[in-house]
Write a protein that binds this ligand. Structure first.
Ligand code: ADP
Ligand code: MG
Length: 190
């Protein structure tokens, strides 16, 4: 079962995946992933000053398609817990002005039509997100893009899951780590 964990920085994805990993004897992966092609694509995206936002989107999609072929597809008979994935991809591209339905179709193509079976989407308030990222000492990195922007990305993620017909658990990130862990185990175990 392919399960996708989504939510902005600091919402608790990695914490929960770490707890769930042994419980489900799961294959854990993240996007952007670390395929050979993916590493080269990241290099291009970070250092080649890509001018066209269409080109940028297609490079991200190429990375996703390769990650699907190399990591997801060979493990579909196991529990796969993915730390971010196409929902983040769509949410960021929407803020670049692309149409959501078009983005969903492009991502369906990149994923060979095989969408995650379940999605766990964390929602967090702006205040809590700032506090958590600050605790991790990564505030400078995020502040440059702005937390308002991240809240917009979170809204986009909610719109995407609302539109997709994938079983989704919306997690209130302000709950305790233990409580959230129980909720997710129940949800996956259904
Ligand atoms: P993400 O992977 O989504 O960016 P993390 O799992 O790294 O988020 O968590 C970000 C920070 O918040 C970490 O310092 C973590 O210990 C803390 N944290 C995670 N879940 C909770 C929670 N439910 N309540 C309070 N703090 C949390
Ligand atoms: Mg993380």
């Amino acid at each position: 079962m392919y399960i996708l964990f989504e939510g902005i920085d600091g919402c608790g994805k990695s914490t929960q995946i770490e707890l769930l990993k042994s419980h489900f004897n799961a294959v854990v992966t993240k996007e952007p992933g670390g395929t050979k092609l993916g590493v080269k694509l990241r290099e291009i995206l970070l250092h080649s000053d890509v001018k066209s936002k269409e080109a940028e989107l297609l490079l991200f999609l190429a990375d996703r398609a390769e990650h699907f072929k190399e990591v997801i597809e060979p493990n579909l008979d196991k529990y796969i817990l993915s730390d971010r994935g196409f929902i983040s991809g769509i949410a960021y591209a929407m803020s670049g002005g692309f149409d959501m339905n078009f983005l969903i179709e492009l991502n369906r193509f990149a994923l060979s039509g095989i969408m995650p079976q379940k999605v766990v989407l964390f929602t967090i308030t702006k205040e809590e997100a700032i506090k958590r990222v600050h605790t991790r000492g990564e505030l400078d990195k995020i502040e440059s893009r702005g937390f308002d922007y991240l809240m917009q990305i979170q809204d986009n993620m909610l719109k995407v899951v609302d539109h997709l017909e994938i079983e989704t658990l919306i997690v209130d990130a302000s709950k305790s780590i233990e409580e959230i862990n129980k909720e997710i185990i129940n949800f996956i175990g259904e």
